[in-house]
Structures are given as C-alpha cells and as structure tokens.
Design a protein around this ligand. Structure first.
Ligand code: THU
Length: 136
C-alpha cells in the first residue's frame, strides 16, 4: 500500500491545527474503504479539557458525513510551523474512538515525512480492547 498521499494530506492538515496553548500541532488523514480522505487537526480550547485531537476530528467529520468503513489513518505531529521530528502516536481516547469504527485490518500510520513512517495494526496499539461486542 502506498501511503504517500495520505501522509501528505496529514501534513497539510497539521498546518491548520489550532494550538495557541500547547503549540503542538497534529494532523491526521483518514482513508475510507471507497477511497475518500477526511483530514483532521487538533483544536485546542482555553478550557483545556474541551480540546479535540486531530484523529477524532477526522473520524467525527467522516462519520457525520455518513462514512462507516475505514482502512487507515495517517498521523503527524510536532511543534507549530515545523516539520515533525518525532513520531506522534495517537492518545488513548483516540485509539478507543478508532476501535469503535475500525475493522481488524485497520492500519495506523505514524509519520515524520512521506519517506519516514511506521505502520501498525490498531490491535497492536490497543490490545484487549473494549468494544460494542462486550456489552451485548
Ligand atoms: N493531540 C492530538 O491531536 N492527538 C493525539 O493523539 C495526542 C494529542 C493534541 C492535543 C493537544 O492539542 C496537543 O496535541 C498536546 O497534547
């Protein structure tokens, strides 16, 4: 799988992050099974707990537009207006939101650039997960 475009879209989304408090900007690009891409950035708030992460922004945009099938998400993060220097792994809440909508083959790509990235199965990042099947 070629993730170049997905990573590029995540890098572009990072530029739109609203991060006046942490100055840590995250961009995400979520790929649907039929090939559409939804971008997301983190959106901070003066009441810090009201902040929304980039990954959840992308998921909530997509689901609210009627999307239900996802294959991968690319994530980049780093200081505002700078290229990523480290991999930005999704936080626990975002992993849980991914788990709600992702199938077993869902891929999480953490990237520093289009050439430097790592891919994971969501089940590697969130083992022994809690999901809808556990409350039936
Ligand atoms: N952040 C994300 O956007 N995604 C994550 O998975 C981890 C953290 C954001 C939230 C906050 O705006 C900033 O990074 C610093 O925590």
């Amino acid at each position: 799988m070629d993730y170049t475009n997905l990573i590029e879209q995540a890098l572009e989304a990072k530029k739109r992050a609203y991060t006046p408090y942490s100055h840590f900007s995250v961009g995400a690009a979520l790929l649907t099974r039929d090939g559409r891409i939804y971008q997301g950035c983190n959106i901070e708030n003066a009441s810090y707990g009201a902040t929304n992460c980039a990954e959840r922004t992308a998921f909530f945009k997509a689901v609210s537009e009627g999307e239900t099938e996802f294959v991968a998400i690319a994530i980049v993060g780093g200081m505002k207006e700078q290229k990523p220097v480290e991999y930005a792994y999704p936080c626990g809440i975002c992993r849980q939101v991914m788990n709600e909508f992702a199938d077993a083959d869902f891929q999480v790509i953490v990237a520093k650039s289009i050439r430097e990235y790592k891919t994971y199965m969501l089940s590697d990042l969130l083992p022994y997960s809690f999901g809808g099947e556990d409350i039936r």
